[in-house]
Design a protein around this ligand. Structure first.
Ligand code: AMP
Length: 361
């Protein structure tokens, strides 16, 4: 079976690495000739609206998947007419636009922050009056790693936020004073069967994911059940196929949905070593129409992203049960260059080791 992957970055690369042992073959599509995936599989280089390159990409594929959600919807739909695209273009559509995403959450009964669509400066004033401050102004599309958003705390902040963001459709969201940020990863197969990874806790630095603890410390069975039930609503509403991640704010034991990603997710990288079946393998199993693998966790672990600068490799490789993944990308401030997963016998021990390692990375 040959699977096409739109995007040849680290997620696409880790998908291919997980798929080769299963006998799968891959072809990437990415406009960037240096995208890391070119080391692993055939790589069609072209713009996402270049019909000739896309035909070349689609030729002979059994299924297509994608590693990021900002691929043009029209492209996913056009491909889907000749080769199945998983997750479906419908899931892609909802995840690309924060307004549609919030409306979907609301429709299916997932709690989310109060929000208003904002198109003009006057809309923003109206939305602030209704939602109150603090609030977060976000562009509806193309925001990532905290980009395309600004917190409005004081009356004066409205102008400051509107300056760089206004001009494109936005939403204003109520600020959630959360206890912590968690995410739920899940996988759903073609027949509708689903499996769930343990809820994990995420820490960001400068808007970028820095550390994920798996499992999230102190998760009660009730909280885990809540995360699974809410995520299942989304999986079923979208008739979803593949791995999906939902980012939640946890506040007073309640989960408030922030956003979802229709793809493998940075907060699931620990599953390569920490789970019976990694998120990458399970995504491919779902896309290929094969039975899903167990999502049970083998042992407590944490993942630390390597951002901006490459570390010295030797000391990391000398650590017990630590697993280094470098993506083959050139260093640049704020760029995710790799990650380290630390596994140990207890969550407390993992946290101690992360604290030490964060001083070096
Ligand atoms: P996002 O791009 O929506 O994932 O937002 C990036 C980060 O900004 C989140 O991980 C939160 O830390 C913070 N954030 C986003 N939306 C809100 C909100 N409504 N209330 C509080 N913090 C938020």
């Amino acid at each position: 079976m040959k699977i096409g992957i739109l995007g040849a970055g680290q997620l696409g690369t880790m998908l291919a690495l997980a798929g080769y042992p299963l006998g799968l073959r891959f072809r990437f599509f990415d406009p960037d000739p240096d995208a890391p995936g070119h080391r692993l599989a055939e790589h069609i280089i072209g713009a996402y609206d270049d019909a000739v390159s896309l035909r070349q990409f689609a030729s002979g594929l059994d299924a297509v998947t994608y590693e990021f959600e900002n691929i043009p919807l029209a492209l996913a739909r056009a491909l889907d007419a000749s080769v199945p695209v998983y997750p479906s273009p419908r899931a892609l559509d909802a995840s690309q636009d924060r307004l549609l995403e919030k409306q979907l959450f609301e429709r299916i009964g997932m709690a989310t922050a109060p929000y208003r669509a904002v198109h003009t400066r006057a809309d923003l004033d109206g939305a602030i009056r209704e939602i109150g401050r603090p609030a977060v102004l976000k562009t509806r599309r193309f925001g990532y790693d905290g980009k395309g958003q600004a917190v409005i705390r004081t009356a004066g902040d409205a102008d400051t936020a509107w300056g760089p963001l206004g001009g494109v459709p936005c939403i204003l969201e109520g600020f959630v004073s959360f206890d912590r940020e968690v995410s739920q990863l899940a996988v759903r197969g073609r027949a509708g069967e689903a499996a769930f990874y343990p809820l994990v806790e995420n820490h960001h630095a400068g808007g970028i994911l820095r550390v994920t603890y798996a499992p999230a410390p102190g998760v009660s069975p009730a909280l885990q059940e809540q995360a699974v039930d809410l995520t299942r609503l989304l999986l079923d509403a979208l008739d979803y196929v593949g791995v999906l991640a939902v980012e939640f704010f946890e506040k007073g034991g309640k989960l408030v949905a922030n956003e979802f990603a229709p793809r493998v997710h940075n907060s699931g990288h620990w599953s390569i070593e920490g789970s019976v079946t990694s998120q990458f393998e399970n995504h491919l199993r779902a896309v290929a129409g094969w039975p899903l693998g167990s999502t049970a966790q083998r042992q407590p672990c944490a993942m630390i992203n390597i951002i901006g600068e490459l570390p010295e490799v030797g000391p990391l490789l000398a650590l017990a049960d630590a697993h280094l993944h470098l993506y083959g990308k050139a260093p640049r401030p704020g760029r995710k260059l790799g990650h380290v997963t630390i596994c140990d016998k207890s969550g407390d021990r993992v946290r101690e080791r992360v604290a030490t390692l964060l001083q070096q990375l």
